[in-house]
Write a protein that binds this ligand. Sequence first.
Ligand SMILES: Cc1ncc(COP(=O)(O)O)c(C=O)c1O
Length: 438
Amino acid sequence: MSANLQSLESYWMPFTANRAFKKNPRLFASAEGMYYKTTEGKQVLDGCAGLWCVNAGHGQKKINDAIKFQVDQMTYAPAFQGGHLGAFEFAERLADLFPGYLNHAFFTNSGSEAADTSLKLARAYYKARGNPEKVRLVGRDKGYHGVNYGGLSVGGIPAARKVYGPFLPEVHHLPHTHNMEKNAFSKGQPEHGVELADRLLDIIEMHGADTIAAVIVEPMAGSAGVVVPPKGYLERLRKITKDNDILLIFDEVITAFGRTGDISTASLLGIQPDMINTAKGLTNGAVPMGAVMASDEIHDTIMQGPPDVIELFHGYTYSGHPLACAAGIATLDVYKEQGLFERAAELTPYLEKAVHSLARHDVVQDVRNFGMVAAVDLKPREGAPTARSFETYLKAFEQGVLVRTTGDIIAMSPPLIVDEKQIDTIINTLDDILSSLE
Ligand SMILES: Cc1ncc(COP(=O)(O)O)c(C=O)c1O
């Protein structure tokens, strides 16, 4: 502990069992490559890229140097009616990287802000286009779009919905696509569930496409426990939204920047959503940032009115923050120079084979994988849901491997620099723990 720290009480930790953690803290002191080091000097293999964000691994020199250089140049420039070259350069680099029609980046500071920004853009687009009645937003059960009220309203994580309502009106939810009976132990995209996209047709029939602005989904739902899209489902959603003049937003906060083997899962699958939300891997987690990539059609429609009047009444003090842009530009260089998206695509079959070997354990009720993401779904312990997975998480940490739990699911999403031996270490550690688990 640092010499000046008296206790852990003052820091109210996010999404953490604070009291339990403070009795048995797990504190990271440094990180390099695939490994963290704790304040007690223990080395921990990072099986989840921090929190799905350190896609290029820890301590990438080019990113660190870019941030240090920018610190000495300028740490802040006004974001409203002002700017700095880094924000323009980063936006242009992103526009080059994402599909041809997604040419406009709106910078936020997090994935949550990206979610709310994209929902506001959808409504602003239809207002500007002369369809002010198109306001309804459609999310999905089990969806996670961060913690702000827009994202919470379209999201479908029960624990959040129970506590924070009421939410935005005029919001509807599609059913989730998780189907254990039909799809358990699928490798990659499961076979069953394409027809669940048609539930959007029911919402359209009930409320009219002329009242609906947008549908927002994560191509792969990460936070709800790695729910992989059934084959054809996202394509069908795109067709229905397009046919009915409804915008489609892909929340790719987890799934962009190589996580599924391409710049985005939209690109991987050849689907063209109207907006893609990003964060996390955008800066390799080095400086907080999110970005909504918006289509020319949305951008150009909103860019109306007198040229000296603000067209989009939205933004954050730290939109396009100089340190985040410096980190982001360097991150894109690192992804390219080290071929990390290609590496992710190459390693995907290895991770798939390795994680599915855990299916042999009685306590395992499903194994799922998509790109460089894998999940082991444990049967809940009677009367103590989530206890089994949290015990697994703690034991893995003791043995020097960091994984993530959500519900009774153990999720893995290692930095894309991971090698086969390190994948084996993660899986063998879990294998041992699952053998000893009741
Ligand atoms: C799909 C998705 N959207 C939004 C968010 C929220 O991002 P943040 O925690 O940066 O606000 C997350 C975070 O995990 C996410 O997975």
